[in-house]
Each structure stands twice: as structure tokens, then as C-alpha cells.
Design a protein around this ligand. Structure first.
Ligand code: FBP
Length: 329
């Protein structure tokens, strides 16, 4: 089995990008260790703080954020980082080539119950000609990502990575190395599995209610097949399932907060997961257009997300085209 860095070098990945990915993995290994200790390390529970989204911060959110920030900013290749847990970007070497955005611990409401969580990351290059440290450096559409991925901390720790040439998975071995365990991952085009938080049903758009209603009516309904549902409430785990065996995962717009386009964040959830899914032959959309084409206006911008098996995502988009929208554009 091939080591992560050997695999990337063998496939002629830019050597500085390989170095940056290795740095990211140093931080993720440390997070994996902290998670493994769990209650023994006294790291469960919440802090008295809320993040910029108004959510209570778990102790491990903060610990993971600090680990990633410290390790990344120590690498001179890094111009700056932006995180779910930081109000504003934090800058490092003024001559650094890369920008990294991350959700340090996605699905953190699952930590205390020992269910899978993960780190999601996106890598961009500093745009040419831009001199000053500013948030604008980061506000690039997802199509410009040079790499994206996540580390899922589950029964095993797994890195899913794309550098724009397909998706590969690497498992953390007891030696501390990430070893190639799945090469050129492909998402099946069709599926019988969906993932959505059904408790929000009454807040969805009519198109989403119709779509899910038709899934639930199974072989007797217009989709003419029986669907199964999964909901882990950890986007990393849901996307890992979709990459592994197909499916559709969606966190759509809902009317609880009509001004917000969705719950998930564009720059460190929607974009990196969309790059992975597209690179694995799937589709990723806001329900109306490709997430990777969204022009970001804010670093903590939210986005509606539907991703996975291409035929299923395209069917969902058709429901949205054919049903009048209630969202004020
Ligand atoms: P966090 O980044 O705050 O963990 O929120 C993201 C997330 O946990 C996703 O991983 C998951 O899909 C979703 O929120 C679940 O939210 P809810 O349980 O509120 O529907």
C-alpha cells in the first residue's frame, strides 16, 4: 500500500501542494489522537463561547481549530487560513502561496455520543497581483480550489482527497502514516438511498417536499422504486457514505431563517465537498445551480446543498425547475 506523499509525488502533484497536504495531515493526526482519548482527556462538553454563526462551541471545536491554525501558519507556504471557528481570516507568511479554509470539526454535536465527526478543508491559491492581507483573497468560487478533502474520524480515520484528478482515500495506519486504500473513487450514477433531516419537512420549499414525498411513496409512486433513508447529522460521514456507495445528501434552504440560503457553509463545507463529489463523477448543486460556480460574498456564507449520485441530483433539480420557488431572490 502506498504512502500518501509517495502516491501524490508519483502522480506528479505540485511539490508545494504535497508539502501543504502533509502539513494538514500532521494537524489531523493530532486531532484524531485527541478524539480517541475522548472523555479520558476531559475534552467533551461545551465552552461558554459561541462562534460567529451563534453556535455554542464544543471544547473539541476549539482544540481542533487551534491545532490546525497553529500547524498551518507555521508552514511558510500558507498566506492565511479561514475557519468556521474564527470570525475573520488569520494571516501567516505574506509571501505564502496558499490559502486554506476549514471546518475543524464538522458534526461536532456528535462528539459526546461517540459518533463520527471530521475535518473538512479547501485549498486555494493567492490570486495573482493581490498584495494586501484581506478577506477578499479568499472569496473565490469553488472551481478555483486546487485541492479539497476531509478526514473522517470514524472507526478508522480516513482521508478523502482530490487535487483535481479524481478522488482517492487513504486510511491512517497505526504507524501514523496515511496509506492508499481506495483509488479513483466513483459514485454510482443512480441510487436508492437519501439523507435529509426529515424534522425540517414543514420548512422546506414545495419542490423539496414533493421530491421527498415521491421518494417515500416508493415502488407505488412515480419513482417506482423503494428508497432507504440514512441521517447521521455529520456531513463528513454522509459524504463519505455517498462517495463509498452512492446516494443523495441534502441540506436545503428552509423557512426557519428565510434570509439564509441554507445551514451549511460555502467556503469550508459546500465547496470542498462539491469538488470531491464532482471529481468522483457525482453532482453537487444548490438545487438550482452548481455550488462550485457560486460567487462568494462572505467568508462564512451559507449555501443550500444537494449532492451525490448524478441521476438522483438531476432529478431533484428538475423538481426545483418545475415547481414555483418561494425563495425571495
Ligand atoms: P457544524 O459544522 O456546526 O457541526 O454543523 C454542520 C452539521 O453538523 C453537518 O455536519 C450536518 O449535516 C448538519 O449540521 C446537521 O444539522 P442538524 O442536526 O441541525 O440538522
Amino acid at each position: 500500500m502506498q504512502l500518501l506523499s509517495a502516491y501524490l509525488k508519483h502522480h506528479n502533484t505540485d511539490t508545494e501542494l504535497v508539502e501543504l497536504i502533509e502539513t494538514l495531515m500532521v494537524a489531523c493526526k493530532e486531532i484524531a489522537l485527541q478524539l480517541r482519548e475522548g472523555a479520558l482527556a476531559g475534552i467533551h462538553g461545551t465552552t461558554d463561547n459561541t462562534n460567529v454563526q451563534g453556535e455554542t462551541q464544543k471544547k473539541l471545536d476549539i482544540i481542533s481549530n487551534d491545532i490546525l491554525k497553529e500547524v498551518l501558519l507555521d508552514n511558510p507556504l500558507v498566506r492565511g487560513v479561514a475557519s468556521e471557528e474564527e470570525d475573520d481570516p488569520v494571516f501567516g507568511n505574506p509571501n505564502g502561496r496558499f490559502l486554506v479554509t476549514f471546518d475543524p470539526l464538522d458534526g461536532s454535536s456528535n462528539i459526546d455520543i461517540n459518533v463520527s465527526v471530521g475535518t473538512i478543508f479547501s485549498i486555494l491559491e493567492v490570486p495573482e497581483g493581490d498584495a494586501a492581507d484581506s478577506v477578499e483573497l479568499f472569496l473565490q468560487p469553488g472551481r478555483r480550489q486546487v485541492a479539497a478533502g476531509y478526514v473522517l474520524y470514524g472507526p478508522s480515520a480516513v482521508l478523502s482527497l482530490t487535487t483535481g484528478e479524481g478522488v482517492n482515500m487513504f486510511t491512517l495506519a497505526h504507524t501514523g502514516d496515511f496509506l492508499l486504500t481506495r483509488e479513483d473513487v466513483k459514485i454510482p450514477n443512480s441510487t436508492k438511498e437519501f439523507a435529509i433531516n426529515m424534522s425540517n419537512h414543514r420548512f422546506w420549499e414545495p419542490a423539496m417536499r414533493n421530491y421527498v414525498g415521491d421518494l417515500l411513496s416508493g415502488s407505488e409512486g412515480p419513482r417506482e422504486k423503494n428508497y432507504n433513508m440514512r441521517w447521521i447529522a455529520s456531513m463528513v460521514a454522509e459524504v463519505h457514505r455517498v462517495l463509498t456507495r452512492g446516494g443523495i445528501f441534502t441540506y436545503p434552504w428552509d423557512s426557519r431563517d428565510p434570509q439564509k440560503p441554507g445551514k451549511l457553509r460555502l467556503m469550508y463545507e459546500g465547496n470542498p465537498m462539491s469538488m470531491l463529489v464532482e471529481q468522483a463523477g457525482g453532482r453537487s448543486t444548490t438545487c438550482y445551480s452548481d455550488i462550485l460556480d457560486v460567487d462568494p460574498q462572505h467568508i462564512h456564507q451559507r449555501v443550500a446543498v444537494a449532492l451525490g449520485s448524478s441521476e438522483e441530483v438531476e432529478t431533484l433539480m428538475r423538481y426545483h425547475r418545475e415547481t414555483p420557488s418561494v425563495i425571495q431572490q
